[in-house]
Design a protein around this ligand. Sequence first.
Ligand code: BYC
Length: 325
Amino acid sequence: MYAQMVKSEATKEDPEKLAAFQARIDAGEKIEPKDWMPQGYRKTLIRQIGQHAHSEIVGQLPESNWLTRAPTLERKAILLAKIQDEAGHGLYLYCAAETLGVSRDELTEMLLDGRMKYSSIFSYPTLTWADMGAVGWLVDGAAIMNQVPLQRTSFGPYSRAMIRVCKEESFHQRQGFDVMMKMATGSPEQKRMAQDALNRFWYPALMMFGPSDKDSVHSSQSMAWKIKMNTNDELRQKFVDQTAPQADFLGLTIPDDNLKWNEEKDGYDFSEPDWSEFHDVIQGNGPCSVDRLRARNKAWDDGAWVRDGLLAHAEKKAARKVAAE
Ligand code: BYC
């Protein structure tokens, strides 16, 4: 539906301008906020950057669940810093989206009333401390796989935000792997918890890359505009190829009997996630979907007095400035 809308709007636009725009993209130029851009390009970016920002913010929730129960003060401090980083990533991304003419409040309202999505992965619960390892290792690992190419995306503010995000995200992935190492080489019970976390997070992590290429609505146009640099399946394959040897190193087993090195394709064969589960989750029916939106709505409502106070202060300051002039 969205793709159709974008397509019909794109065809209404001046063909000469469209061709010149595409030529800039093909030449690897960055598009900046004040440059002419097709409406479809603007809308696709607002959707993708906005959903990415929401994912960073909602992504704080499953981790904050473990802040009060981290096993040591050091682990607690590291987790707290990571969660704080995610808030920063959300802010960089909201700022990038705002350069396209949408306000942060509008984006937030679209998240809160379900008009905009956030990553499917955050609709799953974090049940044990080992999940903090699995989230860092697999979820941040998948996020990096997706975000490293986005550093070269065609829209300048998004590309620059991604450069900053990726620097921090690689620390996150390493801290997750470190937690997994500790658990996997610890007591039999700790190793069992690590395996259980891998079992639960493996397929949801594969879903993070989006539907398979044949079912992806936006990929071909987004790739032509260099909003996306790779297809969903390309990145999923790279993620499996990178992660399978890491699981071996940890002495853990990826829950997929079909996972097998394929010499010919120079990559692993693996099972697809259950796509009906994916579609259910992104329609708001994941195990924690209702809780996540309830938590974000509560935070938004509880923070209203702060926003009102800041706005009143800014308005008063502006009025005083006008009176003095
Ligand atoms: N979850 O045509 P497609 C992070 C939707 S990491 C929910 O292939 P596209 C973090 C898609 O929006 C996660 N929805 O779409 C990590 C579309 O629906 P709409 C955030 C999904 O956009 C650690 C429909 O399915 N990363 O934040 O070309 C700690 C058809 O899909 C998902 C990003 O957002 C999903 N997994 O490709 C804290 C990266 N997959 O919008 C935080 C930037 C698909 O038409 N985004 N959908 O209603 C992207 O690279 C792309 O948007 C995607 C999807 C690859 C995710």
